[in-house]
Design a binder for this molecule. Structure first.
Ligand SMILES: *Cc1c(COP(=O)(O)O)cnc(C)c1O
Length: 394
């Protein structure tokens, strides 16, 4: 099958919910991908921040292969070793107390929202169920997480949405204070607003917000679906903000490409979702868990240093382009936002990058977002940067 045949087949038989790029991927190695018709691509996208170990990582393949042969599924009615070991690794390396595994980011955030509401219900009774989220946030595509998302464009078509969300401005404690009240149980946020444009929140704001939440017994829920699992140069981004959230969610990069997500909570919250209150059929699947164990083993302290160095290298190189289009370059670790000047035709630039076989993402209304595999090497970075330089300086 060639690309045009595949595209025609896809269009005939799948719901066209995605505005796809004209790229069909066949196989990959490291941060290099190969298309159906033999093209070679440099990957600055990792899917959408998912292929944390790139493609064809030997330890990941070995662990997945072994687990496929041993046991492909167990359900959560039974104990499995990869599941418990993964929870142990996540807790001991973050200071969190207990894990719940799910399959995707939106689903993990749903679990967190349930946890926050039940925590408050158990302690204070009904009526304290509102969660404050931030304007320009993104928390998922389920009916509830769409409403949790602080962007009006997501609050369309699918009425009625779940009640109990109000929105405050990022980096303004006064704005958060103005939205909280007797009906509030939690504040939920991303530390770097990913889909919103790769916007890191102020450290001072987060520290003050964490203290304010603790004083009022509002749970602090941190959505690390995109920022977690080494992406920003620490295992979780909150570790660079000097806070310990009540609940953290993760997904995208956790299992290096297999579907997995989860919720980590602190000691105060560990018993909130007791037997019968929350569940999933697939969550914590042993193959995904075996893959995630490898991802965490690869992401040691040395690897965090490398991620920070590589992220700084990319940001510095792009900042030095003297591009007529680029306003600023921001981000942490290998989560990079190239913010374009007002009025620049982003889709034209992105098309030119794709025409030269560089895979990138966008975010917000004027940002080109880079989420390369965390294992990307120097040659791959330089190849991608050369294409970016060509496109962004002409
Ligand atoms: C991607 C993302 C989600 C949604 O994750 P899915 O796996 O697509 O459900 C939620 N929150 C953040 C911050 C994300 O980046």
């Amino acid at each position: 099958m060639n690309f045009q045949e595949l595209k025609a087949l896809d269009h005939q038989y799948t719901m066209q919910t995605y505005g796809r790029f004209d790229v069909a991927l066949d196989h990959g190695q490291g941060a290099t991908l190969y298309g159906l018709d033999g093209e070679t691509y440099i990957d600055f996208a990792s899917g959408i921040g998912v292929a944390s170990l790139g493609y064809g990582h030997p330890a990941w393949i070995k662990a997945v292969d072994e687990q496929v042969h041993k046991l492909g599924h167990a359900s959560n009615l039974f104990y499995t070793e990869p599941y418990a070991k993964l929870a142990e690794k996540l807790c001991t390396r973050t200071g969190m107390s207990a894990a719940f595994f799910a399959n995707g980011g939106g689903e993990a955030n749903e679990g967190t929202i349930k946890l926050a509401r039940k925590y408050s219900f158990d302690k204070y009774g009904k009526g304290r169920s509102t969660i404050i989220t931030l304007n320009n946030s993104f928390h998922g595509r389920t009916i509830t997480t769409l409403q949790a998302t602080g962007q009006d464009v997501f609050h369309q078509y699918f009425f009625p949405f779940t009640e109990g969300f109000r929105y405050a401005d990022a980096n303004s404690l006064d704005s958060v204070k103005a939205q909280t009240g007797d009906d509030t149980c939690a504040v939920m946020l991303e530390l770097i607003q990913g889909e919103g444009g790769v916007l890191p929140l102020d450290k001072e704001f987060i520290k003050e917000l964490a203290a304010y939440c603790a004083e009022n017994d509002y749970l602090l829920l941190v959505d690390e679906v995109q920022t977690g699992v080494g992406r920003t140069g620490s295992l979780f981004c909150f570790q660079q903000y000097d806070i310990l959230p009540d609940v953290v969610t993760f997904a995208k990069g956790i299992a290096g490409g297999l579907p997995m997500a989860g919720v980590l909570c602190n000691e105060k919250c560990r018993t909130v979702l007791g037997p019968g209150t929350h569940a999933t059929t697939f969550g914590g699947n042993p193959i995904a868990a075996a893959a995630a164990n490898v991802v965490l083993d690869v992401l040691d302290d040395n690897m965090m240093d490398e991620i920070n160095q590589k992220g700084a290298y990319l940001r510095d190189a792009i900042s030095a382009f003297q591009s007529p289009y680029v306003d600023i370059v921001r981000g942490m670790g290998l989560m990079v936002g190239v913010v374009l000047k007002d009025g620049v035709d982003r889709s034209a630039l992105v098309k030119k990058l794709y025409d030269q076989n560089l895979l990138v993402l966008t975010a917000g209304s004027k940002t080109i977002r880079l989420l390369p595999p965390l294992v990307i090497n120097q040659a791959e970075m330089d190849a991608g940067l050369a294409i970016m330089k060509d496109v962004l300086t002409k």
